[in-house]
Each structure stands twice: as C-alpha cells, then as structure tokens.
Write a protein of this length. Structure first.
Length: 523
C-alpha cells in the first residue's frame, strides 16, 4: 500500500485536472475521467487495479445516495412520484427482461437466468453522469426532478433483480413465493430501517451537546450505519439510505444549527466530489483486468455483444419514455395527474436519452462470485466486459450528445414562466415586507430602543441596502433578530408548500438566513 501511495496521490491530482478541463470545455466530467483512466491503464508499469466490489458498495454508495437524497426536493419527488416509480421499478424490470431475451438469443452460452443477471447489472442509469451533464445546460425543472428521483430508487430495484438472478444461476431454481416475500422485505424493511435509524440520528443531533464539527462527523457516519444495518438483515441498503436521507433532509432545520448546516454543505460537497472522481477514474483503470479475464472469447466478439446490449438499453428506455406518456394521457381521464397537458415528444426523448451507466453497474458485475459450488461461475468474465462496454459507450455516445440535444430542443419550462432570478427577487421582497411587519407589530418597543433593529428595518424597507453588514448589536437586540430569522424561516417553509414554487429558490433564501445567523456570532 505504501509503495503504491504516490500512484494514488497522482491519480487524485489527475482527477482534479481532468475535472477542471471538463468545466473549461463544458463536457461532463465522468466522460473525461473514464477516458483518462483508460489512457492511464495502457501506460507500461502502471499497477494493475483490482476493485473490491464491497469497497464500492459499502464505502462509495451510501454517502453518494445520502447526499443525493439530502439535496432532492421532496415536493418535486412527490409531485412526479408516478413516473419516477415507473422508471425506477417498472422500466428497470422491463430493461432486465429485454436484455435477458436478447442475450439468451444472440450470445452463446447465455441462459435466461444469466441474461437476467446481466440485465439487473446494467439496467440502472447513473445519476452522477446525468447530473454532471445537466450542470452545463438548462432543462425544465420537471425533467431534472424526474431524473433525480429515478436515480435515487433505480439502484435498489436493479440490485434486487441482480440478487434473485444470482440465486437462480447458483441453485438452478426459482421459487415464486420466496421471491415475492424476499422482494417485499427488501422494500418494506429497507424503508423502515432507514426511517428508524434516521429518526434516531435526528434525536442524537438534537439532544446531545453537539457542535458543528460533531454534527458533521455524525452526518458522515449515518449513511454507513443505515446501509450496513439494512444489508445485515437482507433488506435493501439503497432504499434504507435514501429513506433515511429524505427524512433527515426534511427536518434538518429542526435539529441542526445554522453553523452545522453551512459547514456541513461544504464538507459534503468536497467529500462527494472526490468520491465521484475516484469512481469514474477506477472504471477506466480497471479495463486491463477485465480484458485479461475474457479467456476464449475474442475481444471483437465481446465488443459486439456489448454494443448489441447497449442498443437494447437505449431503444428500450426511449420506448418506455413514450409508453409513460401514452399511459399518462389515458390515466388523466380517470385520475388527477401531475401535468394534465400533452407532454409532447421532446421530453420523452430527453428522458430516454439520459441512460448513461456507471458505478453501480460495475460494482454489481464485480461482485459476481468467481466460483459456485467449486466450479467457475458461468460467463462471469464476459458479463464484466459487456458491462464495461455498456458503461463506456453510453457515457461517450449519450454523454457527449445529450447537451447538444437539449440545446437543439430548447424546451421551455411550463411550470416556471417567470425567470428564476426575477422570482427570487420577488420572494426576497415579500420576505422582507413580512419580516418588517412582524418586527413592527411584535417588537415595537425594541425597535424604538435599539438602533441596530432600526438599521435592519431600513434594510428591509430597501432590500438593496447592506446596512446590516457591520451593525453592532446588544445581546437583547441579537435575541430579537434571531427570533425574526426563525420567523422568516417559518414563512419560507409555508411558501414552499405551494406546488408551483421552485424549492431551489426557497433553499437559497434559507441559506442566506443561515449566513445572517452565523454573522450574529461576530457582531
């Protein structure tokens, strides 16, 4: 380990440089990282990288899922729950079934069980890749919400398929009643364990004498505890982490101080930044190890199989996207749907084209046992290679063309017709008016007594002023101002209940209030 440390340190520096380059040329960084890892793997003398799948599942997956659940809008997740759940579960099952049929028919030696195993591995699109691409182009909020919500849940459904297929390949039998019971426990148990441990973590944050540093450390270990606890009882660790993260995110204002929230955001962004970078670099670096295991299958044949399966994934996802539109058009005649208008064809095409595969697929493929009952696991090395081809092809083909497609379609946001900054300033004005009225009606005597509160009132009367930046406050004025900040938070949370209001704007204002509260320590 000590001998290879300079190599890993160099890899981190290369990751930083490639991400800087991706920001400069506006290309999703997973694409450059995979290509960079691929190029480095061909350098003579480079250590052969052997990725432990448990390292991916246990070390990388929980914090990345937790951070995604923490940042997603619960309001948007609930609004688009039907299409999100259909893509996260039904589309994943359909994809696995399609891959199983094609693999069984066209790839020699592939049974249906092995096809389902491969389908379970490569069925979930990668959330990080899509998020990195959407950073450079603007899409309607509804599309990004659907993609974010799907990415939180599809890993769970794909890993469930993978586990069942692995059992069938190993035992040669499939018992329906056991499978249904196990599937139900994975769903219910995973969600229940995540909520239970999340509730305990919330109480620990709230009642223990924690500071910002201990709050951050506790938040870092929470997803690992949730994931390991769920996996130990054979439920879904992915669903557990997601449900626990959603719970804690929803109540974060009630148990975390402003200091903990502000510093925690910075720590988590940096932590997940390096985790994502390492993951995609590892994918490229792992190619020599994967190719060396092909055995009797030629590289060209294996590439052909991989491209065939990639085509099945792309076509299948696009068909599912249009099927979802068709079902919605029918369902709106009987139930209330999230959007009663005709969605058109551009949105489904974009959703269908955001099917880049990534780390979960590679980790699942690597976790296939080398032997079963003393005999080599059938087609293990070919499954690994096909998975790599799928990841690389979707990242390059879809990852590089998706930004062009988004710009070409130029889809207008039907939900938010007012420009984002204009709406932000409108909420800012309303918030200032509400706070000013509350100050005058509730703290009239204090307002006359303390000049600091008078300066704050002047600032709220003219929101373009920055008069509170260097205000000296007495202890009594600080208490009043702190109460006003909490009152503003309550007002923002009430406004956030409006379906048509973008939660990102509310979160920006909440962040500003946290900064204001933090400044109270120094004035």
């Amino acid at each position: 380990m000590l001998h290879d440390f300079p190599f890993y340190l160099t890899i981190v520096i290369v990751i930083l440089l490639l991400i800087m380059l991706s920001n400069k040329i506006k290309v999703a960084y997973p694409v450059l990282l995979v290509l960079g890892g691929l190029a480095i793997s061909f350098i003579p003398g480079i250590p052969v990288l052997r990725i432990d799948p448990e390292l991916i599942f246990v070390i990388f997956l929980p914090p990345l899922l937790y951070e995604a659940a923490w940042n997603i809008s619960w309001k948007e997740l609930w609004r688009w729950r039907r299409i999100i759940c259909s893509f996260a579960f039904l589309v994943v099952f359909f994809t696995a079934f399609s891959v199983a049929l094609v693999a069984n028919h066209f790839i020699p030696g592939f049974s249906l069980a092995l096809g389902f195993l491969l389908g379970g591995i490569i069925s979930p699109p990668d959330a990080v890749s899509a998020g990195a691409i959407l950073k450079f182009v603007k899409v309607p909020r509804r599309l990004s919400s659907i993609l974010e919500g799907e990415s939180l849940l599809n890993d769970a459904s794909s890993l469930i398929i993978f586990r069942f297929a692995l059992i069938v390949v190993g035992t040669g039998q499939f018992i329906w009643q056991d499978a249904i019971a196990s599937f139900g426990w994975m769903l219910v148990g995973g969600i229940g364990i995540g909520v239970a441990i999340g509730f305990i973590a919330m109480k620990l944050h709230k009642f223990l004498p924690t500071d910002a540093n201990s709050d951050i450390v506790l938040s870092l270990v929470t997803p690992y505890i949730i994931y390991i606890a769920a996996e130990e009882v054979h439920s879904s660790g992915v669903l557990a982490v997601v449900s626990g993260g959603l719970l804690l995110s929803h109540y974060r204002l009630s148990f975390l101080s402003s200091s903990s929230r502000l510093r925690g955001v910075n720590v988590w962004e940096s932590f997940c930044f390096i985790l994502n970078g390492l993951i995609f670099m590892f994918i490229g670096l792992d190619l020599p190890e994967i190719v060396s295991g092909l055995g009797d299958v030629s590289v060209y044949s294996a590439i052909g199989y991989g491209l065939l399966i990639t085509a099945v994934l792309i076509v299948g996802r696009i068909l599912c996207a249009f099927s979802a539109v068709f079902v919605t058009l029918i369902a709106r005649n009987f139930i209330k749907v999230a959007d009663p208008n005709h969605p058109g064809f551009k949105g489904p095409i974009l959703i269908g084209w955001t099917g880049m595969r990534g780390v979960v697929s590679l980790a699942a493929a690597l976790s296939i046992p080398v032997q079963v009952d003393g005999t080599p696991f059938p087609q293990r090395n070919l499954i690994l290679f096909i998975t790599f081809v799928v990841i690389l092809t979707t990242l390059l083909l879809q990852g590089l063309t998706l930004p062009y497609l988004i710009r070409k379609f130029h889809i207008k946001d039907p939900d938010y017709t007012i420009p984002h900054e204009q709406l932000y300033n409108q909420i800012k004005r309303e918030l200032a008016d509400h706070a000013l009225n509350h100050l005058k009606s509730t703290y009239g005597n204090e307002l006359e007594k303390y000049s600091a509160l008078q300066q704050i009132a002047s600032k709220w009367e003219d929101i373009h002023l920055n008069t509170s930046d260097n205000i000296l406050m007495s202890a009594e004025a600080k208490i009043v101002y702190l109460n006003l900040l909490n009152h503003q938070r309550d007002w923002l949370l009430d406004r956030n209940k409006e379906e048509i209001l973008d939660e990102e704007i509310i979160r920006r204002h909440l962040l500003y209030l946290d900064l204001e509260e933090e400044k109270l320590q120094f004035i």
